[in-house]
Design a protein around this ligand. Structure first.
Ligand code: AMP
Length: 276
């Protein structure tokens, strides 16, 4: 791995992260390195690690966010990253320089989803990702399907601003028992860790229902039974995430089931295709 991201030669595939890397991030990095190789993207895969303060609406969540740069570096190296870009806050937000917050795409504020529970979160995400795009100028950026709404928001932002950057999704990596990997899973007590499995169980249960409202009821039932505190458990069109009538007008609509729920003090999110 290169000592400095500034030595990266030419365009790259960027994998933006907040560190505390796990196998989910490693799979995105391997995907990025393979994509760079196949497409002759000379800079290879660059991993950014930056805990972005502007996307946290809970100061306690920001304060306890794990910072594990040494272990992260080993994971990046093993997964085939060309280099790590771990900027200081002053590099991203230089004092005295107003950093643009791009207009939020509609999908960021669809009622009942992230914005209802984490107001301002996507404004911070769009701000930092656009800033990273300006600084790094990547050919392609990879984002995980684990954060499904974020993936739709950043795809829409990039298209809306006509940025010449390809946005590529990476599949969700799960523990053997189905829990989606997350940097926050380390905060789950053993009992909460078991209750956290209710998210993937609820997504599977949703897919056994024929109608979206039945699927939503089934997800809520499964989550409540496990003692999870639900922010949302919904079925929406996969790209717009707009609450819409059933049956859908366009027969080719793809659907997604999405959950956010609190288990103890930890907020978990997960999603899966619904009947698509
Ligand atoms: P984070 O560091 O949590 O902001 O995540 C950085 C990137 O990794 C985002 O694009 C996430 O969607 C992605 N990611 C997080 N967890 C997973 C996972 N379990 N599987 C695949 N990608 C993930």
């Amino acid at each position: 791995m290169l000592d400095s991201w500034r030595d990266v030669a030419g365009p790259c595939v960027l994998v933006p992260t907040m560190g505390a890397l796990h196998e989910g991030h490693a799979s995105l990095i391997r995907q990025g390195a393979a994509l760079a190789h196949q497409n002759n993207i000379s800079g290879g895969c660059l991993v950014s690690i930056f805990v972005n303060p502007t996307q946290f609406n809970d100061p306690a969540d920001l304060a306890r966010y794990p910072r594990t740069l040494e272990a992260d570096s080993a994971i990046c190296q093993a997964a085939g990253a060309a280099a790590i870009y771990a900027p200081h806050a002053d590099d991203i937000y230089p004092p005295g320089l107003a950093i643009e917050t791009p207009p939020l795409p509609a999908v960021a504020t669809e009622p009942g989803l992230e914005d209802a529970h984490r107001p301002g979160h996507f404004a911070g995400v769009c701000q930092v990702v656009l800033r990273l795009f300006h600084l790094v100028n990547p050919h392609t950026a990879i984002f995980g399907e684990k954060d499904w709404q974020q993936l739709q928001v950043l795809t829409a932002m990039t298209a809306g601003l006509e940025l010449p950057i390809q946005i590529v999704p990476g599949p969700t990596v799960r523990e053997a028992d189905g829990l989606a990997m997350s940097s926050r899973n380390r905060f789950l007590s053993p009992d909460d860790r078991r209750r956290g499995l209710s998210l993937s169980r609820a997504l599977a249960a949703a897919n056994r229902q024929a109608m979206p409202d039945e699927a939503e009821r089934e997800m809520s039932r499964t989550l409540k039974e496990a003692g999870a505190e639900i922010d949302y458990a919904v079925v929406r069109p996969a790209s717009s995430l707009r609450k819409s009538a059933w049956p859908p007008v366009a027969s080719d609509t793809r659907w997604r089931a999405l959950i956010a729920a609190r288990i103890g003090s930890v907020r978990l999110i997960d999603n899966a295709p619904w009947h698509s």
